[in-house]
Design a protein around this ligand. Structure first.
Ligand code: GLU
Length: 415
């Protein structure tokens, strides 16, 4: 999944703002370590009667601003350092978006594509049993991430509730709407990303009507990103891809029909009227906006020089690797950093927590109205600092987020 260590990458980014904030070496050292991590081995009975032990993790990176928050990933190439890097990113994401939450991430090394629904359910429940004692509505609140979804969250909430002997909606977010979930949560990351793109497009005098957009990924984030971009922002989605390859159509893809095609065939390849391309071709396409919405570290020093988009919006976590950032910056391509751009997911997760705590339910219009306000506020603060200090948006975003966490640690008397 990542031949570059995501944790090392995030730590490097962290360093980029420590001079701006005049952080002491000891504070910087504290920020570079997770406060808590749990490694678990999870035995699960498989459908054929055998027992398989899966390895899982939960990393609570920093909880100075509030209970830790972050998703759970199911992926065969999961590593503890990827989880640490992503938990660190969640810390900066929640801080940047002014949420009263810290950062966490969890993962299980498994291949969900090769497991039955019953096996996935047993694994999800067993994982919650293993991490039960460190999570909870006031401690650490998981959510969906790579290859986990609302159904996974429902099993996990149910398992936690069984052990706690009371329904505990607030322990997890991204639940089905019928079970304490929030309206708009499934499309929140994509929606939030588009609110930010709209602001950035204005600032860069780019007209979104008919703008050519290429999206890497057609899953939880990529597919709604394509639909919203086309239907609500008037863009032309010229290319998309998934793990088996991509497709291109100069006049724009019919995204709704593509969603059905992917559902039927399991991939975007061979979509009528489009040309098959590779994932690498997609990243190097000449277009207005490139949206990496799949895995980390896909734009590297090897291909960054070939990126021909006018703007990159990171809907995935960590898609632009170390070194690649500088190349894009040098070529005058603005990058909207991940923890600014994809904060919509955790913002609506936070709205879900607020609704759960108040036994309330907001309609989608209300959710998106609040989401839009928060995304614009965060974007504006980053944009202002980035032009004031003449630094890339990522560095400005780190400065804002890190200073909030440092202040909270200071007030608590930790440093
Ligand atoms: N997994 C999402 C992220 O990386 C959402 C996390 C959450 O809602 O807690 O931002």
């Amino acid at each position: 999944m990542n031949n570059q260590n995501l944790f090392e990458m995030v730590k490097q980014h962290l360093c980029s703002c420590s001079a701006d904030l005049a952080l002491s070496p000891s504070v910087e050292a504290v920020l570079k370590l997770p406060v808590r991590e749990l490694h678990v081995s999870i035995p699960v009975r498989m459908d054929n009667g055998t027992i398989q032990a899966f390895q899982g993790f939960r990393v609570q990176y920093n909880d100075a601003l509030g209970p830790a928050k972050g998703g759970i990933r199911f992926h065969p190439d999961e590593t503890i350092d990827t989880i640490r890097g992503l938990a660190s990113l969640m810390t900066w994401k929640c801080a940047l978006h002014n949420l009263p939450l810290g950062g966490a991430k969890g993962g299980v090394i498994c291949n969900p594509k090769e497991m039955s629904v019953a096996e996935l359910e047993r694994l999800s429940r067993a994982y919650i049993q293993a991490i039960y004692h460190i999570i909870g509505p006031d401690r650490d609140i998981p959510a969906p991430d790579l290859y986990t979804d609302a159904r996974t969250m429902a099993w996990m909430m149910d398992e936690y509730s069984r052990i706690a002997q009371k329904t505990t909606f607030g322990v997890i977010t991204g639940k089905p709407v019928s079970l304490g979930g929030s309206e708009g949560r499934e499309t929140a990351t994509a929606m939030g990303g588009w609110f930010v793109i709209r602001e950035a497009a204005r600032d860069n005098s780019l007209d979104l009507r008919g703008a050519r957009v290429a999206i890497q990924g057609f899953g939880n984030v990529g597919a709604p990103a394509a639909l919203i971009g086309q239907e609500q922002f008037g863009c032309r989605i010229v290319a998309v891809s998934d793990s088996s390859g991509g497709i291109f159509a100069e006049d724009g893809l019919a995204v709704r029909a593509l969603v059905s095609h992917k559902k039927k065939s399991g991939r975007v390849h061979d979509f009528p009227g489009a040309r098959n391309i590779t994932n690498n071709d997609l990243l190097e396409l000449e277009c207005d906006i490139l949206i990496p919405a799949a895995l980390e570290n896909v734009i590297t020093m090897a291909n960054a020089g070939k990126v021909a988009a006018k703007m990159v919006a990171e809907f995935a976590n960590g898609p632009v690797g170390t070194g690649a950032d500088e190349i894009l910056h040098g070529n005058g391509i603005p990058v909207i950093p991940d923890f600014l751009c994809n904060g919509g997911g955790v913002i609506v997760s936070y709205f879900e927590m607020v609704q759960n705590a108040n036994f309330d339910h907001w309609d989608e219009k209300e959710v998106f109205r609040r989401l839009e306000k928060k995304m614009i506020e965060a974007y504006r603060s980053v944009r202002v600092l980035s032009s004031q200090n003449q630094v890339p948006m990522r560095q400005a975003a780190y400065s804002i987020a890190v200073s909030r966490v440092v202040q909270a640690m200071h007030m608590r008397g930790w440093i």
